[in-house]
Design a protein around this ligand. Structure first.
Ligand code: AMP
Length: 194
């Protein structure tokens, strides 16, 4: 994996444990020549990971919609910034560039991006590895929700298992490198008679 998209908070949280994790991930990317694909912001966890990589002369590619670019949030010093017309187009560009996805602690935006990636995997539109770094057990309740979905018959266990979970970036990259996407069930095309 040479290019990984990271979804993470535009805030850095109250506990410094999250910012420290973003630094560890940034250093790992730079030391292992992994390019960062991300939302292009200079704030919060996003800014911390980008700055860490840039300090070590690593590659950082931002993908930002026009509407966010004019706010004070766009990072000006990254290797390359790709502008998209809409938020939805940004996700398409990120998915074209990335070999896999990682989510760190974040809010709505992070979960939106994570679940979109999982949905594409579930439909077999993509088969890239998707992982979360469960720093400070941040995602425990999200994982619990997935278990409830399985128990209640709304999510297949093999699709739930697409989401790789680890406590360190080293362990997560190992799991992502060895990931095989689940085989899709037979798709039945139903013709509806009018
Ligand atoms: P959130 O988790 O709600 O803080 O949103 C962060 C995620 O959504 C990031 O992974 C970004 O791709 C995207 N995002 C949200 N806000 C911004 C922003 N101001 N600038 C760039 N990307 C953002």
């Amino acid at each position: 994996m040479n290019k990984i998209a990271v979804f993470c908070g535009s805030s850095k949280g109250f506990n410094t444990i999250y910012a420290n994790e973003a630094i560890l991930v940034g250093n790992y990317f730079a030391d292992n020549n992994i390019s960062l694909i991300y939302g292009g912001g200079k704030i919060g966890m996003m800014g911390i990971i980008a700055d860490t990589i840039l300090k070590k002369n690593g590659e950082v590619i931002g993908v930002i919609p026009e509407l966010l670019r004019h706010e004070e949030v766009a990072h000006k010093e990254i290797t390359k910034m790709i502008l998209t017309k809409k938020m939805s187009k940004r996700k398409v560009v990120i998915s074209k560039l990335a070999d896999g996805y990682i989510a760190l602690a974040g809010g709505f935006g992070t979960l939106d991006e994570l679940f979109e990636a999982l949905t594409l995997g579930q439909l077999g539109i993509e088969n890239k590895p998707i992982g979360i770094l469960n720093t400070n057990n941040f995602f425990d309740f999200t994982l619990k929700q997935l278990d409830v979905m399985v128990e209640e018959g709304f999510l297949k266990i093999e699709n739930r298992d697409m989401l790789l979970v680890a406590n360190t970036i080293e362990e997560l990259i190992f799991k992502m490198t060895n990931y095989t996407a689940p085989k899709l069930g037979k798709v039945v095309n139903t013709v509806v008679n009018k």
